[in-house]
Design a binder for this molecule. Sequence first.
Ligand SMILES: O=C(O)[C@H](O)COP(=O)(O)O
Length: 342
Amino acid sequence: MANAMLHQTVGTLQLHGSSGIHFQGGNNSVRLVPKGFKVEVGFCKRGICSSGEKKFSIIQASASQTSVFDPVLSPSNNGTHESLKKSNEAALILIRHGESLWNEKNLFTGCVDVPLTKKGVEEAIEAGKRISNIPVDMIFTSALIRAQMTAMLAMTQHRRKKVPIIMHNENEQARVWSQIHSEDTIKQSIPVIAAWQLNERMYGELQGLNKQETADRFGKEKVHEWRRSYDIPPPNGESLEMCAERAVAYFKDEIEPQLLSGKNVMIAAHGNSLRSIIMYLDKLTSQEVISLELSTGIPMLYIFKEGKFIRRGSPIAPTEAGVYAYTRKLAQYRQKLDEMLH
Ligand SMILES: O=C(O)[C@H](O)COP(=O)(O)O
């Protein structure tokens, strides 16, 4: 058990606007994180737990200081943010889930939790082949099964053979009961964070309706406006703008800090939650995003470098040399995999 870790939550860390970082544990309340403790970033369901307070846990680490998450530095810490921006480069992969049973039936799906079809399973596996040489350190998915299936199936193809493991931080018991007690096993794992903020836009009263029949009933133009306009919501549903408010906020608060710290990230999500994120990454206008269409199961690669997102398109096949020549780091990663596996 030399490598085993003892992680015990002993308090919480609170960020209070101008008054700084406070540690609150038992009867103690001190301003800074005490020596010998480290910060583990938690993911509360809504990203922000209450106004001005983000969810962190202070964990007391034994001799081994490793956890599934490396400490993440807040982007609001300007000095560090700037230096990380300069030094780090990371891959960002976006994948829209494979075909779902309601895509096949041409039904508005939105937040209804529908699994993949056989074709969707195959698309996810094919997507996995395309990214099998690209490093993945963390995976974010929506809370919906079609995105989670896609992420997991894609990872079955990855040459590095790390094990994707869904993090359960919904309450303290879930967190403790899913703890991994081997540093070596943790190193061979990829944390998977499921977040409702990455869910498909909520399609309101259109959910479950046939897309063609809806166009016949309300008119092609009206339905196109509901589906593709930026700020016009479908009846009692979310517009793309409303979807962006939660999806892009989550991306900025939870995903960008990981990229800033050099982590390679994959996001498996949905047509519209990804359209809103791409709108942010590519700085598209509300006019330009109208014509942005995403196919199911096609991975898209971005390189995050010097604080900028560089769009690299979709890796075509695992053998496509060009993809791995995008950056020296990617080429080196692939070379390492080749050496390891031959
Ligand atoms: O939720 C749905 O119905 C689809 O996944 C996305 O639909 P859209 O193409 O109408 O945006």
